[in-house]
Every structure is written in structure tokens, then in C-alpha cells.
Design a binder for this molecule. Sequence first.
Ligand SMILES: O=C(O)[C@H](O)COP(=O)(O)O
Length: 239
Amino acid sequence: MPRLILLRHGQSQWNLENRFTGWVDVDLTAEGEAQARRGGELIAEAGFTPDVIFTSVLTRAKRTGALAMDSAGIKDTPVVEDWRLNERHYGGLTGLNKAETAAKHGEDQVRIWRRSYDVPPPPLAPGGEFDFASDPRYAGQEIPDTESLKITLERVLPYWNSAIAPRLKAGEDVLIAAHGNSLRAIVKHLFAVPDDRIVGVEIPTGNPLDITLDADLTPTAARYLDEARASDLPPLPGA
Ligand SMILES: O=C(O)[C@H](O)COP(=O)(O)O
């Protein structure tokens, strides 16, 4: 049975500062590095050795995958980077402090922007500090100016189907080192979480989510490897 581990990056500098991050390429904090290394130890203890690692183009995810593999003692695993595993684009909220934004717009509005399925934040104004249009990592791509989770899923899912699922179907074990919301999108897809239930799904930083899949890539078992830092998982499909 193919095995998949989803690993959200460790704490980033803007997680610590409580700022909307999205596509901004902030690095891990020392605590985030420690979380990534701890995740790697747990991956080794769980007897998991990936055949391939998929990650976003953002430093915090790439470094988390690399630090985890280093502390697991796993070397030379091929790494495939793609922007379609990036964090959801936070639009015009990018860079703002989450608590200050809640004080200005209300807790309810910020919760809708952060956790609703299909309400995107306001778009990012072009030409500002956080305009990614000239970033060479996105050259030739049509990139968004904001994303709801639904829009995030609409770019994650084709990548899942074309690049990741075939590897799992071939019997390979896969590690995906990515972000809170690109991983929520994958969890929504795999566990068939209804649109109105995905609001309750949170992915902790640096805590490997170990999923066993059947031949159709339906989860048959799932658990966080760090039980003390686990959050609630959706029920297994058909359970
Ligand atoms: O992009 C961000 O700000 C975080 O990585 C995830 O944000 P969220 O907790 O608001 O989904």
C-alpha cells in the first residue's frame, strides 16, 4: 500500500510575527528548524523512507523537507519543486498582522478570509512590495492575485493528479513538504471533506501526517506522528 507523508513547514518568521504570509518567501525561525528536525526523527522512527519528495518553491517548505531528511539520516532522495504546492496566495492581506486585521475588519471577517472554502481575500494591488509578477520562479505562468482555499485546490489538484498520484499508484512512498493551505487542499481531496467542514481542518507546523492509501489512493489510515501536537483529522472516507 502506498504511503504518503504530508509535512507542513516548521514555524516561519511571519508565523511568529502573526503576519499573513502566502507567497512571501520568509525563512524558518530557530524553533521552526527544530520542528523540522523533530519531524525527521519521527519519520525515521515510523520507518518511512520516501522515494521522492515534492515541495513548493518557497524556502520554508524546501528547508523543512531538507532538515527533516537530514535528521532522519535519509540522503539523496530526489526533490521535485513546483509553485503549485505554494501556500495559498493571501492577496491584499499579504504582510498584514492578523490580530490588527481582525481589530480593523472584525474576527468574523478574518475567519472567513482565513478558513472559509470559497471566499478569497481582497486582491493584491499590482506593483506593490509583494507583487510576484517579476519573480523568475513564476516566469511564463499565469499567477493569481488572491486565492481562496477553493482556488488553491484548483491549482493543487491538477498537479496532484499529473505529478504526485502517478508516483503513489506506481507503489512509491511520497513526502510532500508544503504549507498549511496547500496541504489542507490535499486533505480535502483525499478525505472527501465537504466544503462546509474544511473550516475545521488545521495542519500543525512540522508535524508529519502519515497516511496509508489503498490502490485508488483513498486513505485507509492516518495519524500525526507527534501526537502531543496533533489536530483533529477528518474521518476516513467510508468510515
Ligand atoms: O500564509 C500564512 O499566513 C500562513 O502560513 C497560513 O495562514 P493561515 O493560518 O491564516 O491559513
